[in-house]
Write a protein that binds this ligand. Structure first.
Ligand code: CMP
Length: 834
C-alpha cells in the first residue's frame, strides 16, 4: 500500500481515538472498551465492503492493515513496558515484594500450565501451542482496576500490588512466551529442565542488561544538563536499544531489560534530572503510551472481523474453556497461594473482598493483543496454530473488556468496597470549603486594592462564603464522641496529605536528593494508608516506625557487624541523618498548618489533639536526631550548612530569573549566572562522607585502662580489638547466652539489666567479661542506650590480653568480682522480699 494512504489511515485512526475520549466520559464507560468497540465496527464495515468490491480503496486500506507482527513486537512493546515501569516507585513495591513476585511469576506459570493443559484436551493443536496461548493471556493490564480502586479510595497499597504484579507478570509471561515460541518454531520438545534454565537465564540476563543500559544513559544525561529535549530523546532511545540488543543479539529477555530500564530510570535517573525536566519527560512518555495503546487496540480490533469471518461454534467452546481455565488458575493463586504467604508472615493478609476484585479485575489489554498478533504472520508457525492463537487471544481480551470491564464497578459496589469513600467525600468537602474561603479572601483583598464598591465585592464573594460555611458548620457543631473521632481522622489525613506536599516542595526547591524524598514520601504515604485503614491510633504507630531503623539500615549494620563492611553503614547513617533533618523541618511547618487551616475545619478540641500528635512526633524526631548528633556533632552541622546553602542557591536562581524576565539583565549574563549556580549546586550534590570514627588505635586510648600503656603495647592491644558501631536499643548481650567476647566502650553508653536492676555503663567501662572468666552463661542483658563505638575482644584474644599485662588482668578481675558480689546481694534481697 502507498505510504501516503497508510499515513492517512493512521491519522484518521488518531482522530477517532481522540474523539472517543470525551464520548467515553459522557457514556460512563472505559475509554479502552469504547475504542475496541469502534475498532470492531470499522473492521466489520471494511470486511463487508471488501467482500462486496475487493478492488475499492476502502477495502484495500482496511483489509491490508499496515500492522505486521514485527510492528507489535518491536515498535509498541518496548514503549509500553518502559512507560509502565517508569511510574513505579521501586522502594514502595519492594515492601510487598513477596506477594508481588508470587502473583507475577508463580501466577503466570500456574496460569500458563492450567490453561495449556485444559485447552490441549479439547483443542486440535499441540500442547506447546496451548501453553503459548496460556503465556500470552496471562499478562494483566491493571489500568482499569487501579483506576477504580483509586476512585473508591481503596488502600493505595492494593493499587501498588496490582501495578507491581502486572509489571513483572508482563515480563515473566513474555519471557515464557519467547521460550515457548522457540520450542514451537524450532520443533524441539518441551524438555522440563532445559526450558526452566533458559527461562531463568533470559530473565536474569535481561535484568542485567536493563540495569547496565540505564546506568550508561544516566551517565550521558549528566553531559546534557539543561537540555531537556536532548535528555528526553535519550530516554526514548533507551528501551529500544536494550530491547533489541536483548532479543536479537544477546539472547536475553529484552522485555525484562525494558522493564528494568524503566524501574532503574525512576530510581537512579530521577535524582539526576531537574524536577521540571523529569516531569516533562513523564508527561511525554504518558502521551506516547496513550498513542501506542490506543493504536494497538484499534489495529487489533480492526483485525477481529477478518479473523472472525470463519469462526465456528467450536471456537466458542474453546473460548469458554479458556475463560474458565483462566479464572480457575487465578482463583488458585489468590485463594490458595497468597494465604500461604501471609501465614509465613511474608506479606500482610489481603482481604477476601479485595481478592475477589483482583480476580474479576484481571483485564487483558494491549500487551496480550500485541503478543497474540505477533504470532500471526509468523511464517514458521502453521496456519491453524496462528488462527487458534489469534482468535482466542483476541476473543479473550474482548471478553475481559466487555464482561469484566463493564461489571467491575458494580461488583465493587456489591462488595461494599466503595463505602470508604464517605470518608473521602467528607475530606473533599472540608478541603473545598477551605479553598473557597481562600478565594473569597483574595477577591476581597483585590477589590480593596482597586477600590471596588463593597456591594459589588459582597455579591461576588457572597457565593463563596456561603458555600464555605454551609459545608463546614455541620461537621463540628454536633459534639458527639463519634464525630469527634471522625474529625480527628479527617485532620490526620489532611495532615498526611499536606506533609506530602511539603516534601515535594523541598524536592522542587532542589534542597533534598531524590532518594531521600522518595523515602520520606513512602513514609508519609504509609502514614496516610494506615490511618485510613485502621483509624487514628495507627497514625502514631506508623509515625514511630518512620523514625525507626529501616531494613536497609539494618542490613548495612549487619554487614558491618558480621563482615566488617562499613561503606553501606556510612551511607545509611548519612541518609538517616538527612532524612531526620528534613522530617523535622517538615514537621515544624505542619504546626502552623493546623492553626491556620485545620482549626476552622475541625474545631478547637480536635485541633488541640492534632497539635498534641504533632508534638509527640516532633519529640520522637528530635530525640532520634539528637542521638545521632551526640555521636557525630560535626557531621550534623555539615549537613545543616549544606541544606541552607542549597536553599540559598535556589533563591539566587529565582532572583536571577526575575531579573531576566523583567528585562534587567540580558540573556548572556543570565545564562552565565545560571551556569554558576549550577556549578555550585553540582559541588554540593555530593554529600560529605560521615566518619564512623572506628579507628582502633584512637578508640583504644579513650579507655582509661589502656591509656597508661606504652606506645608499643597500645599498638598490640589495638590489633586484638575489633571496632564496632552500635545503634540505640541494639541488644549486645543476652542473659543466659554463651559468652564468646567482651566489649570496651569508647563512646556512648549501654544499660545492663542484672537481677532486677538497670546499671548504666559509659565511656571507658567494659562488659561481657564475666562469662569469659568463669565459662558460665551471661549474667545479664546488655543493650546500647545511645549510638556507641565499642571495641570487641574475642575469647582467644581475651586470654592473650590477660597474659600480656598483669595490671589489666587485675583490673578486670577486680571489676568482675565486684559485679558478682553486687548481683549476689541483689539476688539475696530479692529472695528476702519474696
Ligand atoms: P557477662 O555475664 O559475660 O554478660 C553480661 C555482662 O553484664 C556481665 O558479663 C558483666 O560485664 C555485666 N554485668 C553483670 N552484672 C553487672 C552489674 N551488677 N553491674 C555492671 N555490670 C554488670
Amino acid at each position: 500500500m502507498e505510504l501516503h494512504i497508510t499515513l492517512l489511515l493512521l491519522a484518521a485512526l488518531l482522530v477517532v481515538v481522540s474523539l472517543l475520549q470525551p464520548l467515553a466520559g459522557r457514556l460512563g464507560v472505559n475509554a479502552g472498551i469504547l475504542v475496541a468497540v469502534v475498532g470492531v465496527a470499522i473492521g466489520l464495515g471494511a470486511t463487508l465492503a471488501a467482500s462486496a468490491d475487493p478492488e475499492s480503496l476502502l477495502a484495500r486500506v482496511f483489509v491490508q492493515i499496515p500492522a505486521s507482527s514485527g510492528v507489535f513486537m518491536y515498535v509498541f512493546l518496548p514503549l509500553l513496558l518502559f512507560q509502565s515501569s517508569l511510574n513505579i516507585n521501586l522502594s514502595r513495591i519492594l515492601e510487598d515484594s513477596a506477594p508481588i513476585l508470587l502473583l507475577a511469576v508463580i501466577a503466570v506459570i500456574v496460569e500458563t500450565l492450567v490453561i495449556g493443559v485444559s485447552l490441549s484436551w479439547v483443542a486440535p493443536v499441540s500442547l506447546v501451542a496451548c501453553l503459548l496461548l496460556g503465556a500470552i493471556v496471562s499478562t494483566t493490564d491493571p489500568v482499569a482496576v487501579v483506576g477504580i480502586f483509586r476512585d473508591v479510595g481503596a488502600p493505595s497499597r492494593l493499587g501498588r500490588l496490582l501495578e507491581g504484579e502486572s509489571l513483572l507478570n508482563d515480563a515473566a509471561a513474555i519471557t515464557l512466551f519467547t521460550v515457548l515460541l522457540d520450542i514451537l518454531v524450532g520443533g524441539h520438545s518441551a524438555g522440563g529442565t532445559a526450558t526452566v534454565l533458559t527461562f531463568v537465564r533470559n530473565f536474569i540476563g535481561g535484568i542485567a542488561l536493563g540495569w547496565a543500559g540505564t546506568r550508561v544513559t544516566v551517565a550521558l544525561l549528566g553531559w546534557l544538563p539543561d537540555l531537556r529535549l536532548a535528555q528526553v530523546t535519550l530516554t526514548l532511545a533507551l528501551p529500544y536499544v536494550v530491547f533489541i540488543l536483548g532479543e536479537q543479539y544477546l539472547t536475553v529477555s529484552g522485555v525484562m531489560a525494558a522493564v528494568v530500564a524503566g524501574l532503574a530510570m525512576n530510581t537512579i535517573g530521577q535524582p539526576r534530572m531537574a524536577p521540571a525536566d523529569w516531569q516533562f519527560m513523564r508527561d511525554l512518555w504518558q502521551q506516547l503510551d496513550f498513542w501506542a495503546s490506543s493504536l494497538i487496540f484499534i489495529l487489533a480490533a480492526l483485525l477481529v472481523p477478518k479473523l472472525m469471518v470463519d469462526i465456528g461454534p467450536y471456537d466458542w467452546l474453546l473460548l469458554a474453556v479458556l475463560v474458565v481455565a483462566s479464572l480457575s488458575a487465578r482463583t488458585l493463586t489468590l485463594f490458595g497461594l497468597l494465604p500461604a504467604l501471609s501465614a509465613l508472615k511474608l506479606s500482610q493478609p489481603i482481604g477476601n473482598r479485595f481478592k475477589i476484585v483482583i480476580l474479576w479485575g484481571g483485564l487483558r489489554g494491549a500487551t496480550t493483543l500485541a503478543l497474540g498478533l505477533a504470532v500471526t504472520e509468523n511464517p514458521l508457525i502453521t496456519d491453524d496454530v496462528q488462527r487458534f492463537i489469534a482468535i482466542l487471544a483476541t476473543g479473550f481480551v474482548l471478553v475481559t473488556l466487555f464482561v469484566n470491564g463493564t461489571t467491575l464497578k458494580l461488583l465493587i459496589g456489591l462488595l461494599g468496597l466503595d463505602r470508604l469513600s464517605a470518608l473521602d467525600r467528607a475530606l473533599r468537602e472540608q478541603v473545598l470549603a477551605l479553598s473557597r474561603g481562600r478565594v473569597a479572601d483574595s477577591v476581597r483583598a483585590i477589590a480593596d486594592r482597586y477600590h471596588f464598591p463593597p456591594e459589588v465585592t459582597q455579591q461576588v464573594t457572597g457565593a463563596y462564603v456561603n458555600q464555605a460555611t454551609a459545608s463546614t458548620t455541620p461537621s463540628w457543631t454536633s459534639g458527639s464522641a463519634d464525630s469527634e473521632d471522625a474529625r480527628l481522622l479527617l485532620g490526620l489525613l489532611a495532615l498526611g496529605t499536606h506533609e506530602r506536599e511539603l516534601i515535594l516542595q523541598q524536592f522542587g526547591e532542589q534542597t533534598v536528593a531524590g532518594r531521600i524524598v522518595a523515602e520520606l514520601l513512602a513514609d508519609a504515604g504509609r502514614l496516610i494508608d494506615r490511618t485510613r485503614a485502621k483509624g487514628p491510633a495507627e497514625y502514631m504507630l506508623a509515625a514511630q516506625r518512620s523514625v525507626g531503623f529501616k531494613p536497609r539500615f539494618k542490613t548495612a549494620h549487619l554487614l558491618h557487624r558480621r563482615f566488617h563492611v562499613d561503606g553501606l553503614l556510612v551511607d545509611a547513617l548519612g541518609d538517616r541523618f538527612e532524612r531526620l533533618l528534613v522530617s523535622r523541618i517538615v514537621q515544624n511547618e505542619l504546626v502552623p498548618y493546623v492553626d491556620d487551616k485545620l482549626l476552622p475545619l475541625v474545631g478547637p478540641a480536635t485541633a488541640e489533639r492534632l497539635r498534641d500528635v504533632l508534638r509527640r512526633r516532633q519529640e520522637m524526631t528530635t530525640s532520634a536526631l539528637q542521638a545521632l548528633r551526640v555521636q557525630h556533632p560535626d557531621y550534623g552541622e555539615q549537613l545543616e550548612r549544606r541544606f541552607l546553602q542549597k536553599v540559598a542557591l535556589r533563591r539566587e536562581e529565582l532572583e536571577y530569573r526575575t531579573l531576566f524576565q523583567d528585562g534587567v539583565i540580558g540573556p548572556e549574563l543570565y545564562s552565565a549566572l545560571r551556569r554558576e549556580v549550577q556549578a555550585a549546586r553540582a559541588t554540593l550534590s555530593v554529600r560529605p562522607r560521615l566518619d564512623l570514627g572506628l579507628e582502633a588505635r584512637s578508640l583504644v586510648v579513650r579507655v582509661p585502662m589502656f591509656a597508661r600503656l606504652s606506645e608499643t603495647q597500645i599498638a598490640s592491644v589495638a590489633r586484638l580489638l575489633q571496632p564496632r558501631f552500635a545503634v540505640p536499643d541494639e541488644v549486645l548481650i543476652r542473659e543466659g547466652a554463651r559468652g564468646d567476647s567482651m566489649y570496651f566502650i569508647s563512646s556512648g553508653a549501654v544499660d545492663v539489666d542484672a537481677v532486677g536492676h538497670t546499671i548504666r555503663l559509659e565511656r571507658g567501662d567494659f562488659f561481657g567479661e564475666m562469662a569469659l572468666l568463669t565459662g558460665e552463661p551471661r549474667q545479664a542483658t546488655v543493650r546500647a542506650s545511645t549510638y556507641c563505638q565499642l571495641l570487641v575482644l574475642e575469647a582467644e584474644d581475651f586470654r592473650r590480653l590477660l597474659r600480656s599485662s598483669k595490671a589489666i588482668r587485675k583490673e578486670i578481675d577486680r571489676v568482675a568480682e565486684a559485679r558478682r558480689r553486687m548481683n549476689e546481694q541483689a539476688r539475696a534481697e530479692q529472695d528476702g522480699t519474696d
